[in-house]
Design a protein around this ligand. Structure first.
Ligand SMILES: [Zn+2]
Ligand SMILES: [Zn+2]
Length: 274
């Protein structure tokens, strides 16, 4: 049951409407509002009743999934496990100086946490009936956003909000890529499947620039991080990482004969990590 009185209000056609109604009356743009297309100077048609094109919609989903998958491994990097020092203090030698904190990584963690919190704060104001996950840590919330709230952003009555959220998500996923989160992960099982990450590339067709959506050339590998997080990771670009269960869902949704193929992959995944 949606309680319209407590939803945040938006100005649509001169009327202040609660979120749910505002969405109904919003006239969505013809072209995707993502800043990326401005830079390329090539517009892409937005999906019906959405601010975003299909490529940008998918890209927001994978950027959030990458944040969810990277968060705990990044934390491990800032505070490596307490295992160091075992046997080192025999004889009362000098106490270890504190480990140098990796500032890049701790800044990245803070920015991911702030961004996820800010999207969730807006979500709660727009949709007060939203059920917060039981254990709302940043990785859990990012995972929840990737699974359930991509359309909430894509169809937000304020196009500028969709644009800003997408831009922040992209910039964070690029920073995750630069820190090569999965350095310490153990490679467990090749999946013999192409990476599903897509990117826009600009090509010249008859002298005119056109944007093409191109699938990554990498192959995916099932990985378990030292902290136990399971993900499917691209062998070319480590940031193309998706929690294993989301990846399974995507395979299921896109394969012509889903159950059998996915079962085979699931078995290979489980065997590899056994
Ligand atoms: Zn787009
Ligand atoms: Zn890839």
């Amino acid at each position: 049951m949606v309680s319209l009185d407590v939803e945040r209000r938006y100005l649509v056609d001169g009327r202040l409407l609660p979120f749910t109604l505002a969405k109904k009356f919003t006239r969505y743009p013809e072209w995707c509002v993502s800043a990326w297309h401005d830079e390329d100077r090539v517009q892409q048609p937005a999906l019906r009743d959405s601010n975003l094109c299909p490529v940008c919609t998918d890209s927001l989903r994978s950027a959030w999934a990458e944040m969810a998958a990277a968060y705990v491994p990044l934390q491990d990097r800032v505070a490596p496990s307490q295992s160091f020092g075992n046997g080192d203090r025999v004889g009362g030698g000098p106490v270890h100086p504190p480990l140098p904190i990796d500032v890049t990584v701790s800044d990245l963690l803070r920015d991911i946490r702030d961004e996820v919190a800010s999207v969730v704060r807006d979500l709660v104001e727009d949709r007060p009936d939203w059920k917060r996950p039981a254990d709302p840590t940043t990785d859990v919330l990012a995972d929840n956003l990737a699974r359930w709230h991509v359309d909430y952003i894509a169809t937000h009555p304020r196009a500028g909000h969709a644009r800003a959220v997408l831009e922040n998500a992209w910039s964070l996923s690029q920073r995750i890529a630069r820190t090569a989160v999965y350095d310490g992960g153990r490679v467990e099982a090749p999946m013999n499947e192409r990476c599903r990450h897509r990117e826009n590339v600009v090509v010249k067709v008859g002298g005119k620039p056109r944007v093409l959506s191109v699938q990554c050339e990498g192959m995916v590998v099932a990985v378990q991080s030292p902290a136990g997080a399971r993900a499917v990771v691209c062998d070319l670009v480590p940031a193309h990482a998706i929690p294993a269960d989301i990846w399974m869902q995507m395979m299921k949704a896109s394969l012509p004969r889903p159950s059998r193929t996915v079962n085979t992959l699931a078995r290979r995944y489980a065997d590899g990590l056994a």
